[in-house]
Write a protein that binds this ligand. Structure first.
Ligand SMILES: Nc1ncnc2c1ncn2[C@@H]1O[C@H](COP(=O)(O)OP(=O)(O)OP(=O)(O)O)[C@@H](O)[C@H]1O
Ligand SMILES: [Mg+2]
Length: 306
């Protein structure tokens, strides 16, 4: 069974790709066959973090049917057991992947034979990002301690929440739901989760129960990256409490990754931070996180949710 961890964070630069490459490096080092997939379509750069030269084949070749088998675009990295599917040559129209292409890509991913697969997602809340994130119950959110980054990760969580609710309704039924929410709570109420859910509960009790089961089954995780000495180490747990209160779903705080200037040096030198600076606090944090993540069961792709 393949374990899939999508990695998302609302803001660019929060450390999604650094985390994907680091967790991949650590699990591959334990002998686990691990694949990184760069789904930051239109802005892919994961190949640089794992020291793969500018890739000659990438996801766009598969999406455009120029290469039929997804296996054939898998690239080796300098690290044994660590593989990469790059999105590097994709141009911007692929950043808005049509539904059928998304399904085709996900189905092919679910058939790949790897123990661990990390999906490095793009910043923002595009449908691509939301749908790729929701293909596993074990999505990982990452943010820095800065309020702007927290704001964006919250926005991503909320968008995921809406996307999930949207899945239970036809387009017409969803418009009717929106109308009811506005009538009951006012014009700006449709972006307030508590207003929507109270209307779903009242008028669509069966769907409400399904949704509740659905959200209870998620095992989302939150990681705070680039934590400096002066930052609040309890920030992650506090954010998780706020999410539970406002969005009604549980997110596990998985831990902090310390800010370390050597990360920049390692990336500029195109070497693995973990290999070059193994005795730093940040490297230690990453090792702890990788243990925690690999001990928790991952999820096979939930294609039926799309
Ligand atoms: N723990 C850390 N300590 C210091 N710097 C870090 C740390 N993590 C990430 N960085 C810095 O942040 C930069 C952005 O990281 P990364 O490319 O992983 O972000 P991203 O979320 O993938 O961004 P994008 O959405 O643009 O793809 C890195 O190039 C690195 O310089
Ligand atoms: Mg990135």
């Amino acid at each position: 069974m393949v374990h899939i961890w999508p990695i998302g964070g609302g803001k660019g630069g929060s450390g999604k790709s650094f985390l994907a490459s680091s967790l991949g490096r650590l699990l591959a080092g334990l002998g686990k066959k691990t694949l990184l997939i760069d789904l930051d379509l239109g802005a892919a750069n994961l190949h640089t973090l794992v020291d793969v030269p500018y890739p000659e084949k990438c996801l766009s070749d598969f999406i455009r049917n120029e290469i039929t088998l997804l296996e054939n675009i898998v690239l080796e990295t300098p690290v044994p057991n660590l593989f990469l599917i790059s999105g590097a040559q994709d141009n911007l129209d692929i950043a808005n992947l049509p539904y059928d292409k998304k399904i085709k890509t996900l189905k092919a991913i679910s058939k790949l034979k790897y123990e661990y697969i990390f999906l490095d997602l793009g910043a923002g809340t595009s449908f691509n990002t939301l749908d790729f994130f929701l293909t596993s119950r074990n999505g990982i959110f990452i943010t820095t301690p800065e309020p702007t980054s927290i704001e964006n990760v919250y926005r991503l969580m909320r968008a995921i929440y809406f996307r999930r609710i949207r899945h239970y309704f036809t387009a017409t039924a969803f418009r009717a739901l929106e109308e009811k929410v506005r009538r009951k709570f006012g014009d700006n109420s449709f972006n307030k989760p508590e207003c929507i859910i109270s209307v779903v509960k009242k008028y669509h009790s069966e769907k409400y129960l399904q949704l509740e089961n659905d959200f209870n089954s998620f095992k989302f995780k939150l990681i705070i990256n680039q934590l400096r000495k002066q930052d609040n180490i309890a920030l992650g747990s506090q954010i998780c409490k706020i999410i539970e209160k406002h969005l009604g779903f549980h997110v596990d705080f998985s831990g902090n990754i310390a800010y370390d200037e050597h990360v920049h040096d390692a990336i500029c030198q195109r070497v693995s931070f973990l290999d070059r600076y193994p005795h730093t606090l940040a490297a230690n944090d990453l090792r702890e996180l990788s243990k925690r993540i690999s001990n928790s069961a991952g999820e096979q792709l939930m294609l039926h949710y799309l």
